[in-house]
Ligand binder design. Structure first.
Ligand SMILES: Cc1ncc(C[n+]2csc(CCOP(=O)(O)OP(=O)(O)O)c2C)c(N)n1
Ligand SMILES: [Mg+2]
Length: 299
């Protein structure tokens, strides 16, 4: 352990992620949290591509690549196989998907696995678009972000919809849910370890900046994730037994502009659009704070 973080490297260096990739660091931390008795089912996406250029691999645990939409269904099968082999208690089972593979195309498999109560921890690495195939908008892309399928031009100003509230949707399934950020490694590790102890399916969504997709310099990943937290764009919370707890609150709140103005994908925003984002962020935060305060069960 160094600074309470395991020194084991179960996700090896030498992979082909972009310099400064938020997802690569997030995966490394998740693997440290899970330890070596772990099996990973990985959907198609940047992670699968950059970690396994044939014949090499970064994975020091058993790892299965499934089709784009199948991380949760492949992991469901592994769960049942482990039960049959009487090995279920000895193994941590993780399913990994990008936001496209989770919010959109893999949602049916994920919802089904949650409903069937498979014991597995699904980790969504949210970089806010289909990055692997060239930055197409997903259900996780924030409103107004320019992507190749929601371009910023004279008539259209990037994506026209807000991000899908995936953590609350998963919480409605009755799962343990946590949001984490690559900028807060201790919190991330704690939440993954807690998720792994839970009965049934648990869901952890990790905010993972993308250098080319967001148009930020390669040394700005962690700073961008910190700004997302300080502007309350990415609240850090968990839902346990249906009850919301905001786990970390920014000591000094910043306006959303501090986050947006540093990224090329938001360069075209007008003041009115920035205000729209601010108002949405404030409403979403109030919603979470209200759920926390009233202890209303959402499942
Ligand atoms: C059924 C299917 N449709 C489309 C693709 C092409 N495809 C591969 S990866 C990918 C994008 C993945 O995006 P995301 O899940 O957000 O992961 P990221 O690459 O951003 O980490 C797409 C569209 C595919 N492999 N299979
Ligand atoms: Mg993505």
């Amino acid at each position: 352990m160094i600074n309470n973080i395991p020194t084991d490297e179960l996700f090896a260096s030498g992979h082909r992620a972009c310099a400064g990739c938020g997802q690569a660091l997030a995966v490394r931390l998740v693997m440290k949290a899970a330890g070596k008795n772990t099996i990973v089912a990985n959907a198609t996406g940047c992670l699968e591509v950059f970690s396994t250029p044939y014949p090499e691999t970064s994975w020091r645990v058993p790892w299965i690549h499934g089709a784009f939409e199948t991380a949760a269904s492949v992991a469901s099968g592994v769960d049942k196989a482990l039960v049959k082999q009487k090995k279920r208690k000895k193994v941590n089972l993780l399913a990994f998907g990008g936001d496209g593979g989770t919010f959109d195309i893999g949602f049916q498999a994920l919802s089904g696995a949650a409903e069937r109560g498979h014991k597995l921890t699904y980790v969504c690495f949210d970089n806010g678009a289909y990055m692997n195939t060239g930055i197409q908008r997903s259900g996780a892309t924030p409103k107004y972000a320019a992507t190749t399928t929601s371009p910023a031009g004279k008539k259209i100003h990037g994506k026209t919809e807000f991000k899908k509230p995936m953590p609350l949707i998963m919480a409605a399934h009755g799962c343990y849910v946590a949001t984490a950020s690559v900028a807060f490694p201790h919190d991330l590790i704690k939440k993954v370890q807690k998720a792994l102890k839970h009965k049934g399916l648990s869901y952890v969504q990790v905010f993972s900046p993308c250098i080319p997709g967001w148009g930020i310099p390669s040394n700005m990943s962690i700073e961008s994730a910190k700004l997302a937290f300080k502007t309350k764009i990415t609240p850090l919370f968990e839902v346990e037994n249906g009850i919301v707890t905001i786990t970390n609150r920014p000591s000094k709140e910043l306006p959303v502009e501090e986050y947006l103005s540093r990224q090329k994908r938001f360069k075209h925003l007008s003041q009115k659009e920035i205000d729209d984002v601010q108002s949405h962020v404030d409403t979403e935060w109030e919603k979470l704070a209200h759920l926390e305060e009233t202890k209303v069960r959402i499942s």
